[in-house]
Design a protein around this ligand. Structure first.
Ligand code: R5P
Length: 286
């Protein structure tokens, strides 16, 4: 089956590594999305690469419009690559009447006609593999190997740490590792839904080079607590890596100020910390 790669305007930087076509995405004067696929795709498998962060809501709408247009226009298979899947964090209900956004969003992607969603270190899956979630076939690729290899080229036998149980699968192949214990408090008051993390460490890092790895650096609170704990316990040097660097609240700078020697992330979201190219981990899948 012939295959084409279609890049959204927010993903044109992947063009350097992937022969591809470009989707046209514009906006009407009222802010609504206009989508056009200016290439013949009938009967072909289409791999559509589209970032859904920042501007999650707008990007998701563009995703639905593009997938539906491809399917209705006769694409034989549509595989959407969404490097960082938004709305993945509300995967449990805490209060009566809450929306289970991870399931709702995946259900909508499925209903738009997506045959496979390819993503990286999806928050609610917590391991690499092929899954069906809310009817959607998801291929979840982990960047753990790429992140750890980056640091292992610089450091001699570092201790590899995850700041919570959720990211402990990043350490699965590591002999010298530690999982911190994270708890979150109650939701804060006000309009932002946020629960402050607390971290406990029950292993030794004294005199060690440590690498702390997580799926997401969002507000940076989790990573900051982990860096501060390692510093207090006498780590020799501290490095941080995450698949997705949102770096809210100026957290990239705050992590460095707190003592992190280097902070890296992938280009699932572009930032000055983007050192891992997700396209390298797509080889063999596309
Ligand atoms: C949570 O379970 C995740 O693995 C991350 O630790 C979390 O999303 C990081 O968020 P923040 O940077 O806001 O603490």
């Amino acid at each position: 089956m012939e295959r084409i790669v279609l890049l959204s305007p927010n993903s044109h930087d992947f063009m350097k590594k992937l022969p591809s076509h470009q989707l046209i995405a514009k906006q009407f004067p009222d802010g609504e999305n206009y989508i056009r696929i200016p290439v013949e795709f009938r009967g072909k498998e289409v791999v559509f690469i589209h970032r859904c962060y920042p501007h999650q809501d707008k990007s998701l709408m563009q995703l639905f419009l593009a997938i539906k247009t491809l399917k209705e226009g006769g694409a034989s298979r549509v595989r959407a690559v969404v490097p960082y899947l938004p709305y993945a964090r509300q995967d449990k209900l805490f209060l009566k009447g809450e929306a289970l956004s991870s399931k709702i969003v995946c259900g909508l992607i499925n209903e738009s006609g997506c045959d496979e969603l390819i993503t990286f270190d999806c928050h609610f899956l917590k391991k690499e593999g092929i899954f069906n979630y809310a009817g959607l076939d998801i291929r979840n690729i982990s960047l753990s190997h790429a992140i750890l290899s980056y640091f292992k080229k610089k450091l001699h036998s570092p201790k590899i740490i995850s700041p919570d149980e959720g990211a402990s699968y990043f350490l699965a192949k590591e002999k010298d590792s530690g999982v911190m214990k994270k708890t979150r408090g109650a939701y804060s008051k006000g309009k932002t839904m946020y629960r402050k993390p607390e971290i406990e460490v029950d292993f030794n890092v004294e005199g060690r080079d440590v690498v702390i790895v997580d799926d997401i650096i969002g507000t940076g609170s989790t990573m900051l607590k982990a860096v501060e704990a390692c510093k207090k316990l006498g780590a020799k040097s501290i490095y941080c890596g995450a698949s997705h660097g949102l770096f809210l609240n100026n957290s990239l700078k705050r992590l460095k100020r707190a003592g992190a020697k280097e902070v890296i992330a992938s280009n699932s979201i572009n930032s000055p910390a983007s050192k891992i190219n997700i396209v390298d981990s797509l080889r063999g899948v596309l």
